[in-house]
Design a protein around this ligand. Structure first.
Ligand code: GAL
Length: 422
């Protein structure tokens, strides 16, 4: 072979090597089962991402396996049965933080994804605080697709004008306008099933304990028996007196609680910003004119965060297809397809904000400037043991409205979960 031919052959080989990973990906085939609770009204963002996966990997048949129920209350139970029964899906939704680490990582059920983060150049793409939530000294355990904000209060601007009330910035303001609304037959605050109560309680607790107090609680440095924590239950009870808690709440999903605000039956609702996704994507409302938002009372300047992520269980039947799914999920393109529809912002630092709504743009600005704490209901701060029992504490409170009893029970649950000192 002439020298020129050898040079050509070497150049060709180098080109082939460079495109090999892409070709390999297009060679994927078979199945991919993605397990989550993003069904029905919650589905459009996930479905858009799966459509993109189908375009990239047309020979893979995706099984979008969902178990309905906000905050994963039903899906997590099904997932547990499957994982313990040796029937792991290829990839599943799990909140960054203790829900991931304290459940699946400690049980040694997840693959370390450090290789993927290094390969994709993700070590500098995600905020360090978020990487900390999905990592242990042994590895990185999931790929975050978004950042949601928990402490948001939603309302319909025109309705507030009609009823003659202002948006409350403190719970005292809220309690002050409560009779004005009730006198007009309006429920001041809509609430839903048990987990939405815990969701509300976390916003109330952060408003009363401050970010340091909240963090101290989950670091085991503060007791649930402290006076200020007991007082959060007192305030929570007063707020519930201005809600539908004793009427239909237990039967309502979070979407139905949001609907009450949209329909003009209720003035406010405290819910994560998936409610923005629901109002924009499903109900077709415009942010600012169609619906308004504010940090939940007493939490201005604080961003209670949570992050949805997906991991790779050990023994995933279609590992290569699952890795391609995680690659898409963590990519700029994937995050900018998913999040504008979901009401969340990208977990990555480099997303194209021009693709997002004014609501999400404001959340992105707050994410940069606010004090960040982790959500309780959505897996960031407390382990599975605590989260398994706290709904019973909430039920106890909803029935008896006894703050001291709720505080005592919380402390027992906290000790059992090995968060609080015994
Ligand atoms: C959260 C989850 C959100 C949204 C919400 C309501 O736990 O992080 O993405 O799905 O539940 O179901």
């Amino acid at each position: 072979m002439s020298r020129r031919l050898v040079t050509l052959a070497v150049a060709l080989a180098l080109v082939l090597l460079a495109v090999a990973p892409t070709l390999a990906q297009d060679d994927l085939s078979g199945q991919l089962e993605i397990f989550s609770w993003w069904a029905g009204d919650e589905g459009p963002a996930l479905e858009a991402l799966i459509a993109e996966y189908n375009t990239l990997h047309p020979n893979v048949e995706v099984n979008n396996a969902t178990v309905t129920g906000g905050s994963g209350v039903n899906a997590k139970a099904v997932l547990k049965t499957r994982m313990l029964g040796g029937d792991a899906p290829d990839s599943f939704q799990v909140h960054a933080g203790q829900e991931l680490i304290g459940t699946w990582v400690v049980a040694d059920r997840m693959e370390d994804l450090t290789f993927l983060f290094e390969q994709e150049g993700w070590m500098d793409t995600f905020p360090q605080g978020l990487l900390d939530l999905i990592s242990t000294d042994e590895g990185i355990w999931s790929v975050p697709v978004n950042i949601h904000r928990s402490n948001v209060m939603w309302y319909i601007p025109d309705k507030l004008t009609e009823w003659g009330v202002e948006v409350p910035t403190t719970w005292d303001d809220f309690l002050a306008i409560c009779p004005t609304l009730q006198d007009q037959g309006i429920t001041p605050l809509s609430v839903g099933e048990n987990w939405t109560m815990i969701h509300l309680w976390e916003s109330v607790a952060v408003s009363q304990l401050g970010t340091d107090g909240w963090n101290a609680l989950w670091a085991g440095e503060k007791s649930f028996l402290d006076d200020d924590v007991v007082a959060t239950w007192d305030l929570f009870g007063q707020i519930l007196d201005c809600s539908n808690a004793d009427e239909d709440a237990a039967t309502l999903s979070w979407q139905q609680a949001t609907d009450k605000v949209v329909n003009g039956e209720a003035a406010f609702n405290v819910m994560g910003d998936w409610a923005a996704g629901y109002m924009m994507t499903t109900l077709g409302l415009e942010p600012e004119t169609g619906f308004g938002w504010v940090a939940s009372p007493g939490t201005e300047g604080t961003f209670i965060m949570l992050s949805d992520s997906f991991g790779l269980p050990i023994g995933a039947p279609d590992r290569d297809n699952a890795i391609a799914w995680l690659q898409l999920l963590g990519s700029k393109e994937g995050q900018d397809i998913f999040n504008p529809l979901k009401g969340s912002i990208a977990a990555r630092l480099d997303s194209d904000l021009s693709l997002y709504s004014v609501y999400s743009q404001s959340a992105a600005a707050d994410w940069q400037s606010n004090t960040i704490v982790g959500s309780l209901q959505h897996g960031a701060v407390a382990n599975e043991s605590f989260m398994g029992e706290f709904p019973t504490v909430m039920e106890l409170f909803l029935g008896a409205r006894n703050s001291q009893a709720a505080a005592n029970a919380s402390q027992v649950v906290c000790i059992q979960a090995r968060i609080c000192q015994g």
